[in-house]
Design a protein around this ligand. Structure first.
Ligand code: AMP
Length: 120
């Protein structure tokens, strides 16, 4: 069982933002922006690469509802999904990071590049 399946099952608590029969949104435990929420399907699929495209309509509407509920829809926000090792995915259960509440930086994401710069 993935960490997020355990959250869906109520075995691990979460700070819930929104929910319907298929999807759940809750605050990220280690926020990277003033508002950082995760939106997940309740049924586990490993990543975006493996999702049935027919799920994505419902997932999209759900993310839009969450953004409205958080008051992010007017000012804007960012949606990210990490996929696999190079994508930096830590939890193997599809999730979309919804980030906002401030003007977000657009940074160089290359881990090796950043490490190389640090060692100069
Ligand atoms: P990723 O690296 O894309 O797999 O993102 C996993 C995210 O899950 C990270 O941003 C973590 O901070 C977050 N996370 C891990 N455990 C929890 C938890 N118990 N409740 C909320 N968020 C969590």
């Amino acid at each position: 069982m993935t960490l997020f399946e355990r959250i869906v099952a109520g075995e691990i608590p979460c700070n819930k933002v929104h929910e319907n029969s298929d999807f759940l949104a809750f605050h990220d435990i280690n926020p990277k922006a003033p508002i950082h929420v995760l939106a997940i399907p309740k049924k586990c699929v490993r990543s975006f690469q493996e999702v049935d495209p027919s799920w994505m309509g419902g997932m999209t509407s759900f993310i839009q509802e969450v953004a409205r509920k958080l008051g992010l829809d007017e000012a804007g926000y960012r949606v990210i999904t990490n996929i696999g090792y190079d994508g930096g995915q830590e939890v193997p259960h599809l999730h979309f990071h919804i980030l906002g509440g401030a003007r977000l930086a657009w940074v160089d994401l290359r881990e090796n590049e950043n490490q190389a710069k640090k060692s100069l």
